[in-house]
Design a protein around this ligand. Structure first.
Ligand code: HEC
Length: 245
């Protein structure tokens, strides 16, 4: 009986401990879990909150920094590292039903897309553009092509391009690089954002190393070489900052 009683007490203690551990993990399940690259506004602030209110710093901070790495889409860096042959495949799969891209290609459901980057919107003679696109101001830049291809109707209400959009940033960048490769004298890619300063002891990429290794990603026709910042390592979580309490 004595031993049985002790077992019961130990069991109760164990159960309590498990419940408490469960409670401690709850915030990360609610707030930290599945936080992969959605456009969350302020993960840093959230993780600070979690840290002070729930004393749950490390896990939350890791989740937040993982999200933060993807949070801001750096179009310049994505284009510098873009894979034109993948872009070509995506174009063939998703755009070519409506668009040709070769010089002098026929208009289909959509206009021919040769020489699009940097050109005026709605410039193709003989194509019956929507009112929205034919009245649109300005030309096609890398930035607005990115917005357009992410969501044509979101970028331009009333467009007749019935295409849902390309959700993945890298896929869009590849297609845009492919459009640029099919544009004579395309403008230089936008510069990548300034990379965060490398942590101490972290190797700084030397200038000569910045060229993409496979050479494939270098845009045709003597365009901007990728700036050196793009090779910076993505996952520099300032892990020392946070301590479990
Ligand atoms: C279902 C047919 C369809 C698909 C698929 C499609 N488009 Fe279009 N696209 C159009 C139409 C129609 C227009 C003209 C829109 C308007 O007038 O509002 C257009 C216009 C454009 C323009 C503007 C051209 C100009 O002259 O201003 C670009 C750039 C473009 N499409 C790129 C793409 C790319 C890249 C893809 C694949 C990722 C794609 N489109 C997929 C039908 C399509």
């Amino acid at each position: 009986m004595g031993e049985l009683g002790l077992n019961k007490i130990m069991g109760a203690l164990l159960a309590t401990a498990l419940v408490m551990m469960g409670l401690a993990t709850l915030p990360s399940l609610v707030f930290g879990g599945g936080d992969h690259g959605g456009d969350h506004e302020e993960p840093a602030t959230l993780s600070e909150k979690m840290c002070t209110q729930f004393h749950y710093c490390v896990e939350i901070a890791e989740a937040a920094s993982a999200g933060a790495a993807e949070e801001v889409f750096d179009l310049g860096a994505a284009l510098a590292g873009a894979d034109i042959s993948r872009g070509e495949r995506t174009f063939a799969g998703q755009c070519a039903t409506c668009h040709t891209i070769a010089a002098g290609g026929a208009n289909g459901t959509g206009p021919n897309l040769h020489n699009t980057v940097g050109a005026d919107k709605a410039r193709v003679a003989g194509f019956n553009y929507s009112g929205a696109l034919s009245n649109a101001e300005g030309g096609w830049t890398y930035e607005n092509l990115d917005a357009w291809l992410k969501s044509p109707a979101g970028y331009m209400r009333g467009t007749s391009m019935s295409f849902a959009g390309i959700k993945r940033d890298a896929d869009r960048a590849n297609v845009i690089a492919y459009l640029a490769a099919n544009t004579e004298g395309a403008p230089a890619f936008p510069a990548p954002m300034a990379a965060p300063a490398p942590a101490e002891g972290e190797a700084v990429p030397a200038e000569g190393e910045a060229v993409p290794a496979d050479g494939e990603a270098v845009p045709a026709e003597g365009e901007a070489a990728p700036a050196q910042g793009q090779a910076a390592p993505a996952e520099e979580a300032p892990a020392e900052e946070v301590q479990p309490t």
